[in-house]
Design a protein around this ligand. Structure first.
Ligand code: FES
Ligand code: FE2
Length: 406
């Protein structure tokens, strides 16, 4: 389906981009206008790679879960051949959802409406009372799908952005944290009444961490970009390198490599002395993951790919953030907590403790992002300047303007 920008929207975008002040927050219309929202989805979410979950959620052939994003519904299925595929959840008969449930296990996918039945690769296997029907011409559609470091990615575009560099960065970072063998300790959804860009922008900066996240700011050096924290970062990276874990940093998000490759960034960070992981008191939470033999004095890594997938890895647990636009002023934030795949809840970790920090932090983010949207909706809103700690947010705005240019 070719997407075409109407001439009215083209003129409107041109005039907005011409009046958008340089180096400042975006104009109100970019956060409120339903037509621009739809344009964002077409130009950004339907063209880039999006993480949809972790492979451990569908460990066995026949396992599947439904994932709705960008106004579409997908069935993410673990095939009998071991491959993970993304099937379009749109029946080839008269278009019903094939899977209405959120997850399941089956050898066949049967449409609830008239009973057309597909195999796990999306091939039509049975259609009642349809003499002469060409089954081969009525397979479910598919979109690009790949698994990297246990993370399942999809892309709706016919020609997906090159993912080779992103794959390399994910493997050399989250791969070392053992994410391919991790399991999901908990999954939660936070519905945020705000435009998706306010959510993404918030996750690009830690300028807000001290006033908004006292529990996080207490232990994570991210909230203070001064010399002392530079030393801490070097020391924790040195300790990681001493046990053979060298995670190279990349700064290619969101622009990509300039040759059509998907944007990716990777940065290592440190905890303040005396704390080693993202917990209530900075103390260990769960068995070490991947190649880690100890906590390296409090070493953690941020990774980001494409417009809607954000990751945070500590040596003993990890966080997956999926940002899903639902409307001009609504975004779902799906959060997955990962732990080592062999660990047992209750024996090796407490779910309540593992999820404590990033649950209260996500709730606080929901609150501040919603306040942001409410202020932006005011007729008195005027875009203000970005500060030095908002470098990534500024880069995101610049990228966004390029993506939506008519
Ligand atoms: S719409 Fe699916 S079987 Fe009719
Ligand atoms: Fe935050």
């Amino acid at each position: 389906m070719a997407y075409e920008v109407t001439s009215k929207l083209r003129e409107r975008l041109k005039s907005l981009l011409a009046t958008q002040p340089e180096e400042k927050a975006l104009l109100q219309a970019f956060y409120t206008d339903p037509e621009i929202y739809q344009h964002d989805i077409e130009r950004i979410h339907l063209r880039h790679w999006l993480c949809v979950g972790h492979k451990s959620e569908i460990p066995n052939p026949g396992d599947w879960f439904r994932f709705d994003v960008a106004g579409e519904s997908l069935i993410i299925v673990h095939g009998t051949d071991g491959e993970v595929r993304a099937l379009l959840n749109v029946c080839r008969h008269r278009g019903s959802l094939v899977c209405a449930e959120q997850a399941g296990h089956s050898n066949r996918l049967t449409c609830p409406y008239h009973g057309w039945t597909y195999d796990l690769e999306g091939r039509l296997r049975a259609a009642r009372n349809m003499p002469g029907l060409d089954h081969a011409a009525h397979s479910l559609g598919t979109v690009h799908c790949r698994v990297v470091a246990g993370l399942i990615y999809v892309c709706f575009a016919e020609e997906a952005p090159d993912f080779a560099l992103a794959e390399k960065v994910l493997t050399q970072s989250l791969g070392r944290f053992g994410w391919a063998d991790a399991k999901v300790a908990h999954r939660a959804s936070y519905s945020v009444d705000a435009n998706w860009k306010l959510v993404t922008e918030n996750y690009q900066e830690c300028y807000h961490c001290r006033p908004s996240h006292p529990e996080f700011a207490r232990f994570h050096a991210t909230e203070r970009p001064d010399e002392k924290t530079v030393d801490l970062r070097e020391e924790s990276s040195r300790q990681a390198a001493a046990q053979g874990i060298e995670i190279e940093e990349y700064d290619l998000w969101p622009m990509g490599d300039g040759e059509g490759g998907e944007g990716v960034s990777c940065a290592n960070d440190a905890m303040y002395e005396g704390s080693v992981t993202g917990s209530r008191d900075g103390a260990p939470l769960a068995p070490l993951m991947g190649d880690f033999k100890d906590y390296c004095g409090g070493f953690f890594t941020y990774v980001e790919t494409g417009p809607a997938s954000f990751f945070l890895a500590y040596p003993d647990h990890g966080l997956v953030y999926l940002f899903m636009p639902r409307g001009p002023q609504r975004t779902d934030m799906e959060v997955l907590w990962l732990v080592d795949g062999k660990s047992e809840e209750g024996t090796d970790y407490s779910k309540e403790e593992v999820t404590w920090l990033w649950d209260i932090t996500s709730l606080a983010d929901k609150r501040i992002i919603e306040h942001n949207q409410q202020g932006v909706n005011s007729r008195y809103y005027v875009p203000g300047p970005y500060g030095p700690m908002e470098r990534m947010t500024r880069m995101f705005s610049a990228w966004y303007k390029e993506q939506i240019r008519p």
